[in-house]
Design a protein around this ligand. Structure first.
Ligand code: NAG
Ligand code: NAG
Ligand code: NAG
Ligand code: NAG
Ligand code: NAG
Ligand code: NAG
Ligand code: NAG
Ligand code: NAG
Ligand code: NAG
Ligand code: NAG
Ligand code: NAG
Length: 839
């Protein structure tokens, strides 16, 4: 198979290294295609794609546009049946359709490496027929183009992606939901697809670096940076590099947070690919940038690059020795002993420490990563103190151990990422919704592995002792975990979300042995949070170090994170009780009482009729300052009712903005993550606090009938997954860069299973739990839903199946049935009953 290939070197080498890593070998193939001078303006006029058909591109019809129907992920491949001469083709990948029209498509993703191609535009130089496979994965897309760049013609067959994740049709999953409302069914499906696209099996995401005896072969991508140099500064970095295509790239003074810092690209005199942007990447030039890269991307700005012509020829396939010396004045760069640039630090002043980097542009680690479509070898890295005397570091880059050091090791853990295409980080707060979605769709495996992962990585010493990682990268190494503190611990309440995840998992499973294994870590985390954040003066959560609170837009002594902590403690008490850890039961119960009392004393505003945003912001309130006190039961019936009524002020066109602190504009972000927490609290208000259905249903209708359907009913944006954010016109909420496959936006999936289908866990006496079948009838009726059926996976295997229908004349049929598990009882309430077999 490999011998038959005579395509580019890069593509050939890719095959050899990736074949071992595939779990699912069934490729993702397009469902429809279009060939023409350009892509159609809108996603219409496509033909059905049939495997094996020949797709011919010519100079007058050079653009093949492909639709995969929904989000897919993997290594792009295609087969060249014939070509008339040397041919270059440009491939683009995009979640939204309109990405295909842009030079960088919906990318690039220059924030972290993410073990994928950081670029969404990729070019191949083809000389002979055969199969071509990219060496770098694409994490998530629905659309693709293949554009002929040269004056030749080419016939392609068999285009697709070799999977890096296994996305099954929804009907094959253990969990399911089908109702009489098509929109609700599609909204449920969003979450089911996203957890499959964003959760990855161990070793399914290969390293983006290839270690060879010649050194590390690194294709164009966001640089991987060494964990060993994070505390270094004022050094001299020397390495050898051999360019395979276009140019080479490296970093110095890079921060622990995403590598923000100086970035250099050195280009060859040629040959260059036909679509190389010669303004951005002139030939034979050193390009010096600062920030994330040499270009801006969406919300992440970088300094305008500076250009230094190299006074001698830089050729492909020859080794060069590059030295970058950092001093207080700037970066002094030489190639093979000849100085080619002195880059003045002053010129980057505005971009230094812009919230991301180190305070000094002289400090931080080094890293390697060429720019788009470039590729180069790197070897023999040596770092010395600037005076040239002490050698601080050296590595030949010929051993696989460097992959973890440079944060690009293949993923050894079974983890869920925040999004399929980006950031591809293990953001633990995002997982709060994801865990519940998993329980309702694919099952419990990833919830367990994520909990294990977090406790294994919990810091045990140093200034962050007790905390769990909040923003880990798949490619990071365990032994360097403390190096990433504090830079990657910038949202305190993500720690609380993790407690909630543990509590939710126990509520679903009552898996006492697993909790026993992690009890020590759990207890230390709770104690750490109390010690760090429970303010003795206010009795609320505040961080004297000023680190941010995600659920309160950074405010201290705020309602949302404080009430969230109460919700988490309430869910942890049953764990302590099950483990007979009575001292913790007592301590945590007392804390729940005292914090709840403080919230009602200090944060409830009778004038506003809701909880205030924070102690020092008594005029504002937010979705979460209402939602979490309700979920915690801190609010009584009238407080919950009034809080929910006050939300109408936050409604903006199609959904609810986070808080009254945010103005109304066409770019106000409407967060499905935040509205997901709101949605569950509305049901809780009704089921636990006796808030009338009349109060909650208008809000529920806005969420489920107006807001979420925008993710399913716009073909140009729809991926079959929930989104990261939405604008008030219903388009993606950070523009082209928005992740359109982001599990954190998929809460309706579990909420529909739990409250519409009606299968959920409820606490019994003394904190044990039971399965109930208890649809929230008044809500389902007000949404006009006449019937529902579905499955809820069981932690012991098998599932609970339920179905109900509202008959004419007010009769209701409602039944539950346990499949494939013994001794599972469902407490069927109201008109529902449990049956042995379907009647
Ligand atoms: C493209 O190739 C054709 C046939 O080889 C030739 O006639 C034509 O002049 C070429 N066009 C350009 C723009 O080079
Ligand atoms: C590097 O030098 C600058 C002064 O030029 C100093 O502020 C900084 O602390 C030094 N960095 C290290 C890591 O020593
Ligand atoms: C494309 O491949 C051909 C044949 O190997 C080679 O001559 C040409 O230089 C390559 N072009 C680029 C841009 O690498
Ligand atoms: C080429 O790069 C320059 C500089 O970044 C940019 O202004 C221009 O839009 C780019 N052109 C294309 C076609 O991307
Ligand atoms: C650059 O220097 C290295 C030795 O330091 C040498 O091996 C290499 O050939 C030189 N490259 C060029 C293009 O002169
Ligand atoms: C930069 O390095 C060169 C040697 O490569 C040296 O001659 C020059 O003085 C250095 N410049 C500065 C400003 O340090
Ligand atoms: C929280 O509120 C208390 C009481 O008002 C105050 O003393 C403390 O400084 C506040 N904490 C922060 C971090 O603002
Ligand atoms: C709400 O918060 C905004 C932004 O912090 C502030 O400007 C405004 O004064 C606050 N509104 C009230 C009514 O306190
Ligand atoms: C609910 O809380 C409010 C505000 O603290 C209080 O005024 C009201 O009496 C409470 N209602 C009940 C039924 O306890
Ligand atoms: C918002 O409105 C401004 C001014 O009318 C317009 O330029 C911009 O494109 C709009 N943005 C969005 C996301 O609709
Ligand atoms: C719930 O509220 C209704 C009125 O809306 C009232 O009749 C009923 O007694 C309340 N139930 C409880 C348990 O408080």
């Amino acid at each position: 198979m490999i011998a038959a290939l005579a395509v580019t070197i890069l593509a050939t080498q890719a095959l050899a290294s990736q074949d071992d890593n595939q779990h699912n070998t069934r490729p993702y193939q397009p469902t429809a295609f279009h060939i023409g001078p350009t892509s159609p303006e809108a996603p219409s006029n496509f033909n059905a794609y049939r495997v094996g058909s020949s797709l011919r591109l010519t100079p007058s019809s050079p653009v093949l546009t492909l639709d995969y129907g929904a989000e897919v992920a993997g290594f792009p491949y295609f087969t060249v049946q014939s070509l008339t001469g040397p041919t270059q083709v440009e491939l683009k990948y995009s979640e939204p359709y309109d990405g295909l029209q842009l030079p960088y498509s919906d990318g690039p993703f220059l924030f972290v490496n993410g073990l994928m191609n950081s670029f969404r535009t990729e070019t191949f130089n083809l000389t002979a027929p055969g199969r071509v496979q990219s060496s770098l994965a694409q994490g998530g897309q629905r659309w693709q183009t293949i554009k002929l760049l040269t004056n030749s013609s080419i016939i392609l067959t068999d285009v697709g992606f070799v999977p890096t994740v296994d996305i099954e049709p929804t009907v094959h999953l253990p969990g399911a939901l089908s109702t009489s409302s098509q929109d609700l069914n599609k909204v449920w499906d969003l979450g089911a697809r996203s957890v499959q696209a964003a959760c990855v099996e161990p070793y399914s995401q290969p390293s983006t670096w290839d270690i060879t005896i010649e050194g590390a072969l690194i294709r164009g991508q966001y640089p991987g940076t060494s964990a060993k140099g994070l505390s270094f500064g004022n050094y001299s970095l020397t390495f050898f590099t051999k360019i395979v295509q276009g140019g080479t790239g490296w970093r110095v003074a890079a921060s622990a947070n995403a590598g923000y810092g100086a970035y250099f690209v050195l280009t060859t005199s040629g040959p260059h690919l036909a679509n190389t942007n010669s303004t951005l990447l002139p030939s034979n030039t050193l390009i010096a940038g600062f920030g994330f890269s040499i270009i801006d991307q969406a919300i992440l700005a970088s300094a305008p690059p500076q250009y230094y012509k190299v006074p001698f020829e830089i050729s492909q396939d020859r080794w060069y020795r590059i030295t970058t010396t950092i001093s207080a004045a700037g970066y002094n760069i030489s190639v093979n002993g000849t100085q080619i640039a002195f880059v003045d630090l002053q010129s980057f002043e505005d971009y230094i420490n812009a919230g991301w980097g180190n305070p000094q542009a002289t400090d931080g680690t080094w890293g390697f990563g060429p720019f788009q479509d470039q590729a180069a070898y790197f070897r023999d890295v040596v770092v010395t103190a600037s005076d040239g005397k002490a050698q601080l570091y050296s590595d030949p880059l010929t051993n696989e151990h460097v992959l973890a050091e440079y944060r690009v090791a293949t993923n050894s853990d079974q983890v869920c990422l925040d999004g399929a295409k980006r950031d591809r980080l293990i953001w633990i707060g995002d997982f709060a919704h994801t865990a519940r979605m998993l329980a309702a769709t694919t099952g419990y495996e990833y919830i367990r592995s994520m909990i294990e992962y977090e406790f294994r990585w919990q810091l045990t010493s140093g200034p962050g002792a007790g905390l769990v990682p909040m923003q880990e990268a798949m490619g990071d190494a365990f032994q360097f975990r403390s190096e990433y503190y504090p830079s990657q611990y910038g949202e305190n309440d993500y720690e609380i979300f993790f407690l909630l995840i543990v509590g939710d998992y126990f509520a679903l499973t009552e898996d006492t042995p697993f909790m026993r294994e992690h009890w020590t870590g759990l207890k230390i985390l709770v104690e750490t949070l109390i010690e760090r954040f429970l303010d003795p003066a206010s009795g609320l959560l505040a961080d004297p170090n000023g680190v941010l609170w995600f659920t309160a837009q950074g405010a201290q002594n705020a309602t949302a994170p404080t009430a969230l902590f109460v919700v988490a403690l309430q869910e942890l008490i049953p764990i302590a009780r099950a483990l007979r850890e009575y001292a913790s039961v007592k301590t945590w119960s007392d804390l729940v009482d005292s914090i709840s009392t403080k919230i009602n004393q200090k944060l409830w505003s009778d004038d506003l009729g809701t909880y205030i945003f924070a102690l020092d912001d008594p005029g504002n309130y937010s979705l979460l300052s209402a939602a979490f006190p309700i979920r915690a039961g801190i609010a009584n019936t009238s407080q919950a009712t009034r809080s929910i009524q006050s939300l109408s002020n936050l409604f903006l066109n199609i959904g609810y903005k986070d808080s009254t602190r945010i103005g109304n504009s066409n770019t106000t972000q409407l967060s499905p993550n935040v509205q997901g927490f709101l949605l569950e609290s509305l049901f809780v208000a009704h089921t636990n606090l006796n808030v009338s259905a009349d109060v909650i249903t208008p809000v529920i209708k806005n969420l489920l009938e107006v807001y979420w359907p925008h993710m399913v009913n716009q073909n140009e944006y729809s991926t079959g997954c929930p989104w990261e954010y939405m604008y008030p016109d219903g388009s993606p909420g950070i523009g082209i860069f928005t992740s359109l496959c982001h599990p954190w936006g998929g809460a309706p999936t579990y909420i529909l299973s739990n409250y519409f289908l009606g299968i959920r866990r409820e606490s019994k006496d003394l904190g044990s739990y039971e399965w109930v079948l208890d649809p929230v009838w008044e809500v389902v009726k007000s949404l006009g839903v006449k019937q529902a059926s579905g499955r809820m996976p069981l932690p012991e295997g098998g599932w609970i199946e339920a179905r109900w229908s509202l008959q004419p004349r007010g009769r209701t049929q409602c039944e539950a049935f346990v499949h494939g598990a013994r001794n599972v009882h469902v407490n069927a309430k109201g008109p529902c009953r449990m049956v042995r077999n379907w009647s």
